[in-house]
Structure formats: structure tokens, C-alpha cells
Design a protein around this ligand. Structure first.
Ligand code: BDR
Ligand code: CA
Length: 308
């Protein structure tokens, strides 16, 4: 089983990805970022989820805000004000660790250099801070998979070409994209292309176990948002990044390019700029995942919900 570190801002699709990780891999720790909602909620949601599945995975709270500028928006309108569909879960007993997420990332990769796959499912603030504290941190990560970006400009935020995770903290993304030799990028557009038919989702919920029932509960606000925006299909952004982390062989098509972050643009701050035609002369730093084996993706999610 692949040893994983997960940086996350749960978040409904984060929850699904974290369930997949616990079903199919060994999760060393959850380091938690602010993003979809505030850090108090994202930490609590991570603890709630660990309690639900009876996992002992340590939960490390990270940065409460982006590195430089206050964010323009959060994603409470999709994930609910509490980030978990406003279900009203009781205070979980699963503890939060005292050690900061960035310090945990540094320590855990020192303990197991070259062994851990890092999956980033939220804004990259904690990773960027870890890099600034310890520039050798990226060299100890076996593999980094990032859910983020919109590689042809079809983003999902008010800054049209920006995707949420990158748009929330563009400077952090810049630090991470520059510091890692190479990483896998699973962008928003890929997740839209790999959405599931609503019936597939309903099938998981009908045949799954308590994890499926939990997911269906927290999915309520997102479902209403989708309906109001005439969005059909089940888009599982963080789950796709997790699937690629769990099973690299599921990638059918990818392109390796230099990817930079727009930090200034009036309309484009937070955009992922891909040097498709190799004009900028920058180092190829990202393997952009364009297509995956959808059946394998379905299988990995079904397993995590106890469904078939
Ligand atoms: C990303 O933003 C968040 O709302 C999701 O959890 C996912 O990580 C998609 O743009
Ligand atoms: Ca997320």
C-alpha cells in the first residue's frame, strides 16, 4: 500500500478523496489548510471524518490564511457554511495535533525521505510554508500530486481563468510550482471531463455502507448548487487527484510542460499559465493529466464507499 501524506481543506470532495486514501493506501497524516471554508471548520471536518471511519490518522492544523493577500472568495456556497453540507455534526473526539501542518510535513518527510507520496487537495499554503522553512523539503517527497489549476483557462472562480485552490493562494502555488522538480497536475478541466453520470453516483449511495450514507449527507448543499447552476453529473475533483496518486497507471494521456502562476493580472490573478508551445523557455515542471481510465476511477471511488 502506498504511504501518503494528504494536505486538504475538507470540503465535500476532499472527504471522498480522504475516504479513498484510507481504503486503498496507508495515510501517514492529514495536514489541513484553509480554503473551501475557514481553518476552524476544515480542521473539525477532518477530525469528524477520521472519527467516522475509526482511523487514528493525525490531523495537523495549518495556515489560517493565504501567504500574502486575503482571498477574494471561499467556497461555502458549494460546500456549505461549515464545509460539510451544514449537517450539524457533533464535536468529534478525534484530536487535532499541536504541531503545525508545515512542521509536520517537514518532520514526516525527514523520517521517511523518498517514501511518501504527497497529495495536495486544497490551497498550497502549507506546502509553500514548508518549502520556505526547509528548501530541501521537496527533494524528500517521493511524488507530488496537486489538484489545481485550469490549463486552458476554464476555471471555476470569479477570476474566470483561475481554479479555486490556486486562486485562493496564488503566491503559495507559485512557490510550490517553482520548488518541485516535477509534479502531477490534475486540473479542474480534467475533473469536469471525468465527471460521472448522476445514476452512477446514485448507485454508489444505494449500494454503499455507512461511508456512502455519510457522503450523501454532506453532499446536500453541493447538489443544490449544481441543480441551481444546471450542472449535471458528479464532478469529483479531489477524488480524481487521489485516484491518480493511488494508481499512476490509470493515466491514459498526459503532457509535460512548464506551468507558471499569474500573480498580477486584473482579470487573471491565480491563472495557471501552461507553456503549451514551449515559448517561455521555462523548465518543464508539471505532468498535466489529461485523461484517465474512467472505469478504474469508478472502482476506486466505489471501494471507498463500500459500494459496487
Ligand atoms: C477544488 O476547490 C475545492 O472547492 C475543491 O475541494 C477542490 O479541491 C476544485 O476547484
Ligand atoms: Ca479541496
Amino acid at each position: 500500500r502506498t504511504p501518503l501524506l494528504i494536505d486538504t481543506d475538507p470540503g465535500v470532495d476532499d472527504a471522498l478523496a480522504i475516504l479513498m486514501a484510507h481504503e486503498h493506501a496507508d495515510v501517514t497524516a492529514l495536514t489541513v489548510a484553509a480554503g473551501n471554508v475557514g481553518l476552524d471548520h476544515t480542521v473539525r471536518n477532518a477530525r469528524t471524518l477520521m472519527q467516522l471511519i475509526g482511523a487514528a490518522t493525525p490531523v495537523h492544523p495549518g495556515c489560517p490564511s493565504p501567504l500574502v493577500r486575503a482571498p477574494d472568495e471561499d467556497a461555502a456556497f458549494v460546500h456549505g457554511a461549515d464545509g460539510f453540507g451544514d449537517v450539524g455534526f457533533a464535536e468529534p473526539s478525534h484530536p487535532a495535533q499541536a504541531e503545525h501542518a508545515a512542521l509536520a510535513l517537514i518532520r514526516l518527510t525527514r523520517e521517511r525521505p523518498g517514501e511518501l507520496t504527497l497529495v495536495a487537495l486544497g490551497p498550497l499554503t502549507n506546502l509553500a510554508l514548508a518549502i520556505r522553512l526547509d528548501p530541501a523539503f521537496p527533494s524528500r517527497v517521493k511524488r507530488l500530486v496537486v489538484m489545481g489549476g485550469a490549463v486552458t483557462g476554464h476555471g471555476n472562480t470569479g477570476k474566470v481563468p483561475a481554479e479555486f485552490n490556486i486562486g485562493f493562494d496564488p503566491e503559495a502555488a507559485h512557490v510550490v510550482f517553482e520548488a518541485f522538480e516535477m509534479f502531477d497536475l490534475v486540473d479542474w478541466e480534467a475533473t469536469v471531463r471525468h465527471a460521472f453520470a448522476d445514476e452512477v453516483y446514485e448507485g454508489w449511495i444505494a449500494s454503499g455502507d455507512s461511508r456512502a450514507a455519510f457522503f450523501e449527507k454532506i453532499f446536500g448543499t453541493a447538489r443544490r448548487f449544481n441543480a441551481e447552476h444546471e450542472r449535471t453529473g458528479f464532478i469529483a475533483a479531489d477524488a480524481l487527484a487521489m485516484a491518480v496518486a493511488l494508481d499512476p497507471a490509470m493515466v491514459v494521456r498526459a503532457e509535460t510542460r512548464h506551468v507558471a502562476i499569474e500573480l498580477d493580472g486584473r482579470l487573471t490573478r491565480g491563472a495557471t499559465v501552461v507553456d503549451w508551445h514551449r515559448r517561455l523557455g521555462g523548465r518543464a515542471n508539471a505532468r498535466i493529466v489529461l485523461e484517465v481510465d474512467q472505469d478504474r476511477f469508478r472502482e476506486l471511488i466505489a471501494g471507498a464507499l463500500g459500494a459496487h
